[in-house]
Write a protein that binds this ligand. Structure first.
Ligand SMILES: NC(=O)C1=CN([C@@H]2O[C@H](COP(=O)(O)OP(=O)(O)OC[C@H]3O[C@@H](n4cnc5c(N)ncnc54)[C@H](O)[C@@H]3O)[C@@H](O)[C@H]2O)C=CC1
Ligand SMILES: CC(C)CC(=O)C(=O)O
Length: 364
């Protein structure tokens, strides 16, 4: 990959490589755009096959955060970190403290939180070195684990998608195929089960599947079979790019709505599902509950206020579906347009965020 060519193409601001030999830290912080404010996005820890794959993931996820934060109405830019390693085997406290020092060095241009492979405990370790971290333990006045709130937003978004597809937002009796029953999806299963939806689940982790089968009477299938099951809603809640050339003709669902980031392998796949009449809830709109929740910490966390804002995901998606219908454009294009309009409006007055005295986290 020609890194500068790629960065120039999608207008990235900064890519930071962090290495700490004694703890084994190898992290990549990608900052896409700070027009609206400091870049906020989580830290993913994953076993990448190559450094190139890790860089690409960081870059794609960071750009997604720019759009997510803009579409959610947050005054925040987009960034994300990936740590190369196995979250089950390679973590140690020094690693996250070293990473925290790198974040501190960015002086507020980037604020982190949880993502796949990282936990509240990891954020607490980062917090020992920097204030530019959210989603730390609630005892410190923080909002804690964002996953259940993300799940609540996805649940609300799924209802908006059901309204668009079926004319009713009830999920009772609907069959939802859930790919990956980790932190977000387990909490999502709770909401869906409570409303009377039927659940089909899969995960590469057997224990996660068993837990969902036991708790929600879910039907388990093998990971690759999830694309072939009869269902009303396909909910990708694992990693990205699962709507791709191999899967797109296998999916039987009328709705695609889940928590995973970067669900479409490429924009071509968004065009195809639009032509097929599938209602696609753009990933960064439906999964913005977590970032909306942690962003509330920037003004002094208030759970009620945060949850009220998370509920607006239903309205944002309804607006996206309306634009898509009226202008006959795919929903991902409608969402991009909403986000880009917000960023463009601000572009001439603000860019390249730098910390100022009013940064709330520096006073926490
Ligand atoms: N945690 C949060 O608040 C937010 C999460 N997201 C996104 O939602 C997705 C899930 O996040 P979390 O639940 O936090 O992560 P997690 O790591 O707790 O859960 C992901 C699950 O997917 C499973 N998985 C991985 N590859 C799989 C495959 N090929 N087939 C089936 N299962 C597979 C894993 O075993 C794990 O159980 C990620 O894409 C994440 O970026 C987006 C916004 C916020
Ligand atoms: C986990 C969130 C708090 C932020 C994030 O990285 C995301 O929404 O993908």
């Amino acid at each position: 990959m020609e890194i500068f060519t790629y960065m120039e193409k999608y207008d990235y601001e900064q890519l930071v490589f962090c290495q700490d030999k004694s703890s084994g830290l190898k992290a990549i912080i990608a900052i896409h755009d700070t027009t609206l404010g400091p870049a906020l996005g989580g830290t993913r820890m994953w076993t990448y096959k190559s450094e190139e794959e890790a860089i690409e993931d960081a870059l794609r996820l960071a750009k997604g955060m720019t759009y997510k934060n803009a579409a959610a109405g947050l005054n925040l830019g987009g960034g994300k970190t990936v740590i190369i390693g196995d979250p089950k085997k390679d973590k140690n406290p020094e690693m996250f403290r070293a990473f925290g020092r790198y974040i501190q060095g960015l002086n507020g241009r980037y604020i982190t939180a949880e993502d796949v492979g990282t936990t509240v405990h990891d954020m607490d370790l980062i917090h020992l070195e920097t204030d530019f971290v959210t989603g730390i333990s609630p005892e410190s006045g923080s909002s804690g684990n964002p996953s259940p709130v993300t799940a609540y937003g996805v649940y609300k978004g799924m209802k908006a998608a059901a309204m668009e597809a079926y004319g009713s937002d009830s999920l009772e009796g609907k069959t939802v195929a859930i790919q990956g029953v980790g932190n977000v999806a387990y909490a999502l299963c709770e909401f869906l089960h409570e409303e009377g939806a039927k659940l089909i689940v899969t995960d590469i982790n057997k224990q996660s599947v068993e837990r969902a089968v036991e708790a929600f009477n879910a039907t388990a299938v093998d990971p690759d079979d999830i694309y072939d099951v009869d269902c009303d809603i396909y909910a990708p809640c694992a990693l990205g790019a699962t709507v791709n050339d191999d899967t797109i003709n296998r999916l039987k669902a009328k709705i695609i709505a889940g928590s995973a980031n970067n669900q479409l392998k490429s924009s071509k796949h968004g065009d195809i599902i639009h032509e097929k009449g599938i209602v696609y809830a753009p990933d960064y709109v439906i999964n913005s509950g977590g970032v909306i929740n942690v962003a509330d910490e920037l003004v002094g966390y208030n759970q009620k206020r945060a949850m009220k804002k998370v509920e607006t995901i239903y309205d944002s998606l309804t607006r996206v579906f309306e634009i898509s219908r009226t202008d006959n454009i795919p929903t991902y294009v409608a969402a991009d347009r909403m986000a880009e309009e917000r960023i463009e409006a601000k572009k001439n007055s603000r860019s390249q965020f730098l910390l100022n005295d009013h940064h709330i986290l520096s006073r926490r």
